[in-house]
Design a protein around this ligand. Structure first.
Ligand SMILES: [Fe+2]
Ligand SMILES: [Fe+2]
Length: 245
């Protein structure tokens, strides 16, 4: 059994409000670390991509777990990579990592200067090559920031990941992709993409309202949350937790 703690949309911005939500969420994950294999952070680590916000993130983001992360539309690749990954790059922040016997592909759906998402042809080709380089029975978890699906949240749907037919074609070639883990929508949600589970982590910094929940897009009254993904024999089960403030 393989367990991933998944958090998203931290939006470090120098405020006590966001920082305390992030700290309490991370404290909860770390308190259960003995039963968890990895911590995944699916982007929007900072609110405005400022170097000072990444310094704040580096101060707070400590865990005994291996941490996998990628960029969201609120991030800026250069300070993110320089501060959190140890080597500055302006290229998509794509990572391939074997943890236990699971292959994580954490890829960058951000597009510099834009809020919507897109996986470049190079990123898709790299993903395919990484999967092909491992035994065909290796379970593969694919992760990025922007959901490639409609969520019935009008604002989010206008800035979702597009070009998803190319990703679906890649999935068709790799039956060992077991699921997709993403963020961006600030709502715990589950659906499918290309016949696989697609799970969206709750937002740590805030929740976004559905149309019938109110006229404001952002709802900071909801607590931060975590998704725990359990992978066993190729099947993914997701549990959600709120972290009381
Ligand atoms: Fe976000
Ligand atoms: Fe986002």
């Amino acid at each position: 059994m393989f367990v991933v703690a998944h958090i998203s949309d931290l939006h470090f911005n120098g405020t006590r409000f966001n920082r305390s939500r992030i700290e309490s969420t991370l404290d909860y994950v770390n308190s259960c670390a003995d039963g968890i294999d990895a911590l995944l952070i699916t982007g929007d680590i900072t609110d405005e991509g400022r170097p000072s916000e990444y310094v704040e993130a580096a101060r707070v983001l400590h865990s005994p777990l291996p941490i996998l992360l990628t960029a969201g539309n609120h991030d800026v690749r250069e300070p993110l990579s320089a501060t959190l990954l140890g080597a500055e790059t302006s290229e998509p922040i794509n990572q391939s990592r074997m943890i236990a016997d699971v292959l994580f592909l954490v890829v960058d759906s951000s597009v510099p200067g834009r809020n919507d998402g897109f996986l470049t042809d190079d990123t898709l080709a790299w993903m395919s090559a990484e999967i092909a380089a491992h035994p065909a029975d290796t379970d593969v978890l694919v992760s990025f920031h922007h959901p490639p699906v409609v969520l019935h949240m009008p604002f989010m749907d206008s800035i979702r990941q597009t070009g998803e037919d190319r990703l679906a074609a890649l999935v068709d070639k790799h039956p060992n992709i077991v699921g997709f883990l993403c963020g961006h929508a600030h709502t715990p949600a589950v659906t499918t993409f290309a016949g696989r589970p697609l799970c969206i982590a709750p937002g740590v910094s805030s929740t976004l309202n559905l149309p019938f929940e109110g006229t404001d897009v952002v709802n900071t009254g909801q607590p931060p949350g975590i998704a725990f993904h359990i992978l066993d024999q190729g099947k993914l089960v997701t549990h959600f937790r709120s972290v009381p403030q």
